[in-house]
Design a protein around this ligand. Sequence first.
Ligand code: FE2
Ligand code: FE2
Length: 406
Amino acid sequence: MDEKRVIFVDDDVISLKSLRRMLTKMPKSWEFEFADSGEKALDILSQDHFDVIVADMRMPKMDGAQLLTQVQKKYPGIVRIILSGHSNREMIISSIGPCHQFLAKPCQSDVLINTIKRACALRELLGDERLQSSLAKLEGIPSVPHIYVELNTEINSPSGSLKKISQIIAKDMGMSAKILQLVNSAFFGLPRHVSNVEQAVSLLGMEVINALVLSSKVFSLFETPKLPNFSIDALSKHNFVVGNFAKAISQEEKCEKKVSEQAFLAGLMHDIGKLIFCTIYGKRYGDAITSAEQEKVEITVAENDYFKSSHAGIGAYLLGLWGLPDPVVEAIAFHHNPGEFPAEEFGPLAAVHAADVIYHELHPNATNMKKLKFDEMFFKKLDVMDKADTWRALCQDIVFCGDENE
Ligand SMILES: [Fe+2]
Ligand SMILES: [Fe+2]
């Protein structure tokens, strides 16, 4: 399935012309359509299948956010990208739900082409097309209820501080993911990917955070049916601890600061796919967990049986679509089978895999299913297999100091 179909929508004919020129570098098998209004785009979409839509934000009658909202409803499987030269914060916030990625005009051709290619490649992580559609409809990832309440209280408090707000957001995988999606959008003109939640919050400022909390769809409470064998609190604590372990392990391995930040973030979100499965499938996800417990297999085996995808795959897919940094997305995608990723050096993937395994060694009762083990071949290749005991001691210290509960 190398062939992809992309539709571009812009009311400015000159912009469409320059897009056509840029696209001469794309593979021959890719097909492009161009529309000069939202209405025309919807008409074209009703006649043919498309993989990606790239729309200008400011257009007369129907703007980019309105168009993408309709596309999201009618054709949820299409990847939605905004390409725009002039946008205010209000516009960005109105499109953060229906839009997967934002690119600023003028956009260099390789940035545009890579964004489209990467979005399409990510979809290959998913086996089931229906799952693609369900995921494409998801605008936000639900938050842990008590963290959500804590954030609201801090925002409404006269003494509320950005620092405290960023600490609260950093504990919640759903909110962190959304904040990073926004800050990494090209609108903020940042030259490199931001992986640090605190930095992201201070870049966005109180006004934007407030708007995100008010727009109920972006930050929302976890309200899926209660399952006897799934707890968002336990999952969220596990993710947070694995994030801290991964950061400590990457620091021990003398990784650069940026890599340690990515290791923390990847740890914080590594099992986010479980929350997504639970949000989409409810009780059926509970059945998959029960089956993994009874059969004594890893959860990913049961997930693949039930949904033709694993939590690692869908988590990576969604966060990749939202534009999170590649090393974070790769660490999430391969944390159960790191050997399948061609890693050359110690990075977020190795740190998260090690952290996840050590977490389960230190908390033997956390699950009844088959536990993850060190991928020894992978660590031998990176020449760090002899470091496992040092990492274990490091993580044990974190647990004893109580830092894992912060
Ligand atoms: Fe996992
Ligand atoms: Fe995990």
